[in-house]
Design a protein around this ligand. Structure first.
Ligand SMILES: Nc1ncnc2c1ncn2[C@@H]1O[C@H](COP(=O)(O)OP(=O)(O)OP(=O)(O)O)[C@@H](O)[C@H]1O
Length: 369
């Protein structure tokens, strides 16, 4: 028997809080994740004293949820912002302008309630790049596709929302660069013709864990709406792998044009890709197509073509699901080296750059960029 988020929230709504109301009615539950019988969430208190007061509530939630059929494990963390609620948070964009005040980010606070998905000012399309599992090359694809689209004259933005490992600053050669702001809006960075914003530019090394909790939703909303994206034909969003809160928040907060799913041809990766497709279906976000990464390996010495992870599995899956197959990117050492060096391979010439250019053409031709 599987347990749903709704069932968990129903249960939490039964626990009365010391000051009245419940965790649900007072909007204190963050990052609720229910997967394979494991329930995880964060209780966000207004301050440290409030968090201490909530200890019995946390214990009661633990007890009630653990007793539910289908629940194997319950993990609850009670947190409080470092300062008073709504105060300038500890974690803000690292401003490069020493004299400029820190940006007016409300990171750590729950985002202002929003009726439904909203457009991002100046941005014509938002395309999410997702994958069922990590390591299939989603970030690599996002940076290269962004560069390939920019080379074709499209105005492209890239939002790196991969909270578990925001790698775009490194892949685009922006490591160590600082954000600037005018006190209200953050000035994004630019690399290889692409306008870039990354969670990695907003946090210090090792801070990723903090962002999984209550700060996440607000941070995402701010990265969409408090960044001077300018006029863009398309904003590519590099999502974390899997099916979690970031995907949910993005599709709920922003008018996402659609999602592109990246997979390697292996069966196991495809199973996860199917899960991602299913999630976007549930979120009513159209899946624009599938891309096969690490498709073919061409030996740089003898030119022999090998299919290390199989080949054609993603195209076959796309056909089965009646979804467009957008193209395949070969497995090539240069892809990794170029990414590590901060200049995506799509910025240069050669067969891999051509493969990304073809992908960009498919997107432009299909009205996706
Ligand atoms: N086509 C390719 N050829 C060679 N190496 C590749 C290719 N695509 C990705 N890689 C390499 O594989 C590794 C994983 O890629 P990447 O970080 O883009 O994956 P990801 O799906 O975004 O992973 P995660 O979501 O876990 O961050 C990187 O070292 C990257 O350089």
């Amino acid at each position: 028997m599987t347990i749903s988020r709704e069932r968990v929230l129903d249960e939490l709504a039964r626990i009365a809080l010391p000051g009245g109301g419940t965790l649900v009615s007072r909007d204190m539950v963050r990052a609720l994740n229910v997967e394979s019988g494991v329930v995880r969430f964060v209780i966000e208190a207004a301050d440290a004293a409030g968090a201490r007061e909530l200890a019995p509530v946390e214990a009661e939630a633990q007890r009630l949820l653990s007793a539910l059929p289908g629940v194997e494990k319950v993990q609850i963390v009670t947190t409080a912002p470092a300062g008073p609620r709504g105060a300038q948070p500890q974690v803000t964009a690292r401003s490069g302008a020493a004299a400029a005040p820190p940006p007016n980010l409300t990171i750590g606070r729950h985002p202002t309630p929003q009726a439904g998905p909203a457009p991002v000012s100046g941005v014509a399309r938002i395309v999410a790049i997702g994958s069922g599992k990590g390591g299939v090359g989603k970030s690599t694809l996002t940076s290269n596709l962004a560069v390939a689209l920019a080379r074709k004259g499209r105005r492209v933005g890239l939002l790196d929302a991969d909270i578990y490992g925001p790698s775009q600053p490194r892949m685009l050669g922006l490591g160590g660069q600082r954000l600037t702001n005018d006190g209200e809006m953050i000035q994004p960075l630019h690399a290889h013709g692409v306008t870039v914003m990354s969670l990695g530019l907003m946090m210090k090394e090792g801070e990723a864990v903090v962002w999984r909790g209550p700060m996440l939703m607000g941070a995402l909303q701010q990265m969409l709406n408090q960044v001077k994206w300018g006029e863009l034909d398309v904003l590519l969003v590099d999502l974390p792998p899997g099916t979690g809160d970031v995907q949910l928040s993005l599709c709920q907060k922003a008018q996402v044009t659609g999602a592109i799913i990246v997979s390697t041809p292996q069966d196991v990766a495809l199973i996860d890709a199917r899960r991602a497709i299913d999630m976007f279906d549930k979120l009513k976000t159209p899946v624009l197509g599938l891309v096969e990464n690490m498709s073919t390996y061409i030996c740089p010495n003898c030119g022999h073509e090998a299919h290390l992870f199989g080949h054609g599995g993603v195209a076959a899956e796309a056909a089965k699901l009646n979804l467009p197959f957008l193209g395949e990117i070969p497995l090539n050492l240069e892809v990794r080296l170029a990414g590590d060096a901060g200049t995506p391979v799509a910025a240069g010439e050669g067969p891999v750059a051509d493969a990304f250019a073809r992908l960009a053409d498919r997107m432009i031709g299909g009205g996706m960029a």
